[in-house]
Design a protein around this ligand. Structure first.
Ligand SMILES: *Cc1c(COP(=O)(O)O)cnc(C)c1O
Length: 335
């Protein structure tokens, strides 16, 4: 089966490349959540990755695959991307592990602590312009003029296959899984996991969760083509951003593998973040709490998401959250 370039063989190759570079993360059962939702609730702890998020899988797979295919010399100019968040850290870390130079382009508005965090992972940070778009123009220039290789955050079969190794691990650790609930932005994570699951256990449902505002994938799926939406500040900031006007992989992939799609409010995200910390002792960022937020908002009274009796995995995708943001979440959740 070929899901827009993501094949089962590609997923197993990704898994081989990731061995020793990324963590095979634990899947733990939550007794409290299982009782609360009358289901078997399992938590996939991508927060255990060395960079704190699953994005290390996709970046590592793509860089390692390019080295395999073209040789190290062909990539000597290094890899480049523009991301302040989990993807920037992932590319910096993966490149340094695999012995290639990396440049991360950031706008001048990015706060110094985020710049320092990426530099600490061994990448060169290049600060240009006053927006993410201008930072991306610098990426394109480095690709054109210096022969660097772009590592995109989601829209590539190698990146999606890397993220999809989460799905392979789920199928091994919970072979009778009924549903996986995944945060959805550009669709590399959901698309990759979905490709793995639909190849191995098609009966397992794939539920995507988007922000209620600023969700480009939601609007694009409805329009049937990539749609740009305004960015909105959110506790789930890792789910913000567009899907790319020339999206070639993940929009079609998500449409094919996703069974249902929900949105969650800021308050629901806040409440889920606090609950995961308080009861499960897991610190997650907002984007990683949307699965529990969706259960709390849609699976209790008059459920539109009925998980009763099901075995359900929630992907706790990352932990990039500051104490200030955690305070904001607590204030919004009222706890
Ligand atoms: C990037 C990211 C997501 C969404 O992944 P996509 O592949 O863009 O859909 C979810 N959670 C976290 C923590 C992320 O960094």
């Amino acid at each position: 089966m070929d899901h827009h370039g993501v094949t089962l063989e590609g997923l197993y190759q990704a898994r081989r490349r990731l061995a020793g570079e990324t963590v095979r993360t634990p899947l733990i059962r939550s007794a409290a959540l299982s009782a609360r939702f009358d289901a078997e609730i399992l938590l996939k702890l991508e927060t255990h990755q060395p960079t704190g998020a699953f994005k290390l899988r996709g970046a590592t797979n793509m860089i390692a695959a390019l080295i395999e295919r073209h040789g190290r010399e062909a990539l000597a100019a290094g890899v480049v991307t523009a991301s302040t968040g989990n993807h920037g850290r992932a590319v910096a870390y993966a490149a340094s592990r695999l012995g290639l130079p990396a440049v991360i382009c950031l706008s001048r508005l990015v706060p110094p602590d985020k710049v320092a965090a990426i530099e600490a992972l061994g990448a060169e940070v290049r600060r240009v312009g006053a927006s993410q778009d201008e930072a991306f123009e610098e990426v394109e220039r480095l690709v054109r003029e210096r022969g660097m290789t772009l590592i995109p955050p989601f829209d590539d079969p190698l990146v999606a296959a890397g993220q999809g190794t989460v799905g392979l691990e789920l199928m091994e650790d919970a072979p009778d899984l009924d549903r996986v609930i995944v945060g959805l932005s550009g669709g590399g994570l959901l698309g990759g996991i979905g490709a793995a699951i639909k190849a191995i256990r098609p009966a397992c449902l794939v539920t995507g969760v988007s922000l209620s505002q600023g969700a480009a994938m939601w609007a694009s799926l409805q329009a049937g083509r990539p749609v740009a939406v305004g960015e909105v500040e959110s506790l789930g900031d890792s789910l913000g951003g567009g899907i790319g006007a020339d999206n070639r992989c993940t929009l079609a992939l998500v449409r094919e593998v996703m069974d249902d799609h929900l949105q969650v409010s800021e308050r629901a995200i806040a409440s889920a973040m606090v609950a995961l910390l308080e009861h499960e002792k897991v610190l997650v960022e907002g984007a990683a709490a949307v699965g529990l937020a969706a259960l709390e908002a849609h699976a209790l009274e008059h459920p539109t998401l009925d998980v009763r009796g099901q075995r359900v995995a929630l992907i706790l995708s990352g932990n990039a959250v500051s104490l200030a943001t955690l305070d904001r979440a607590r204030a919004l959740a009222g706890r």
